[in-house]
Design a protein around this ligand. Sequence first.
Ligand SMILES: [Zn+2]
Ligand SMILES: [Zn+2]
Length: 390
Amino acid sequence: MKLITTEGVLHQAMREWRQDLHAHPETAFEEHRTSAKVVELLTSFGLEVTTGLAETGVVAALKGNVQSDRAIGLRADMDALNLQELNTFSHCSKHKGKMHGCGHDGHTAMLLGAAKHLSENRDFAGTVVFIFQPAEEGESGAKVMCDEGLFEQFPVDAVYGMHNWPGLEVGCFAIHSGPVMASMDVFDITITGQGCHGGMPHMGVDPVAVAGQLIGSLQHIVSRTLNPLESGVVSITQMHGGDAYNVVPDSVVLSGTCRTFSAEAQDLIESKMQQQVRSICEAFGAAGELDYRRIYPSAINDVKHAAICADVTQALVGERQVKHDLPPSMGAEDFAFMLQERPGAYIWIGNGTAEDGRGLHNPYYDFNDDILTLGANYWVTLVQSQLALP
Ligand SMILES: [Zn+2]
Ligand SMILES: [Zn+2]
């Protein structure tokens, strides 16, 4: 099968799609314009399109020229962030407070490019399922699609994802055999004391002082109870309480996030937090309540499928350009839910090492159009390899 070339019209088309998406960012489950554009393009490529999964999700199955029961899923996320873009170039966001600051505009354009190319070059055996997913940024669009029957409606043997990665050179890929992205949990701790006069603290129970004890104590979970060879983070990112100089408030709320790479570490952190919140608050005569919510599990690549992705990327860019030694990210990714349903792998494609060092979720971020063709060719080559002609 031939590949897409950077000189060809498809490269230019992907660039236009990408910049149009960048200019019209939409967030969780509201990707209506984006979704309509994806439907319109897929339909123009001759694909039959299914809509409505997770509100704005779009799925299309493409059969190869040779009949086979084999099927693989390729997934792109379509959503933007609630972030005010600070760029001023011509394709900058037209939607105030919304921005494609994570490069999902590029993910959508690359998968569309692969769909177009494969629809014109069907020399493969089996079915490719193109999955355009909404609401990756904290809203579990992948889980909603799975819960609404994605893989029952479109049975696949494996599912693959890809994220653009700033800091990794253009022309490079990074593959992780095992954990690639951390789990993401969030928590709110309410410490209820008894409000009183700031000059007479003995008349009440000060929840601010209890919060101080608890903050120090919670940092012992990772440093003292988690196996040092395991990774874990407990970050308290918000403190709310009080609004006067001379009043001890009635309550204080601490909120934050926890990250791990294993269910065991996740269980340990949650149970230790539960124990500390209860016992420390009690020791000081306050009441503590922990609301701990698991948002995304850790994304764990199947070893066999990570090796498949390594072979495919090496065939594309050569062995030296495929990195196996990058540490996994403490960021989270809802593709983890798809990986719980089907084996597969999630890889990183280099977005370049810009000197400004601006990373994902930065208000100046912009997906690098120079990698569109390489990314689309990764999908094409993966199909070629996994749905190889007999
Ligand atoms: Zn993101
Ligand atoms: Zn992202």
